[in-house]
Design a protein around this ligand. Sequence first.
Ligand code: CUA
Length: 337
Amino acid sequence: MYHFVIVGVLVILMTILTYMGIDAVGLARHMNPVSASAQAVFVDQMWHWEIWVISFLFSLIVVPLVYSLIFFRQKKGEMKDGEHVEGNTQLEIAWTIMPLIIVVIFAYFGAYTLGEERRVDPNAMVINVKAQQFTWTFEYPQYGFFSSELHLPVDQQVVLKMESADVIHSFWVPEFRLKQDVVPGRTTEYRITPDLEGSYKVRCAELCGTSHAYMENPLVVTSQADYDAWVQEQIAIAAASKTPEGQGKVLATSNGCVGCHSADGTKLTGPTWFDLFGSEVPLADGTTTTADEAYLAESIKDPNVKVVEGFPANVMPAFSLTDEEISNIIAYIKTLK
Ligand code: CUA
């Protein structure tokens, strides 16, 4: 009995110390990265309680183990066998009932949290999201423009309707805590209420190909006023894009071209479009070709016919666009000098 009391007290002390240790490195309460959505609060709360249980279970194993090693050692000259134990009904009942209660409590917490994550605000704003190797595209259907940046107003629920153009991706913003797969052939939903202004990143959390690690787009959470200003700016840009070059720029964004082909000379997954038109392009087979209309059109429709030196084949998917769309994209490429 005396040993049980001491071990019991030590287990409680060890639980508190373990919890404090985990908390000190920012993994219990004040989490890193910060939480930036109303939904994150419930996830963090549940995580916090799990850390308490983890600390307790860790102590429940380690304390009796170390205590036994120290106090129940074989003494010098002690040769007889240990006491034979047949079983302990009380102990067996305890270690069946206790985990059962803990699991039931956490099942309740889990269901409650899931319910809160899915709570629907009927005024939620809809944004369409397209995932493709290796970029995200955001469409604001109520205004009719596309963007490679996701801008959201603070404290308003948005529902992202997400589709994939190729393989399985996963929409992930660590600060929002929630993650949702984007699966070809169906539309998945992601509901979020950002509650902290700032700049974050939309990441992809599903290995989707060679440049999976670079599949990230900017996410900006701003005040309603700044958001409205950004929307007006985007509408103006969209209006200015009625020209072939402008149309081409819109197509390059909505089809995700800009995710791999920079407009400023930066080397991304694919060759840059800067100063491309009319230049001599070295090819993987050792020859060169002139970047004229015919070459650019061919490379959009059938990217593996002429592969640029230094870039792997079979990375860019073939795009089936109309002749007009292709000539608009080429018109846009011509402006990049
Ligand atoms: Cu898309 Cu990983």
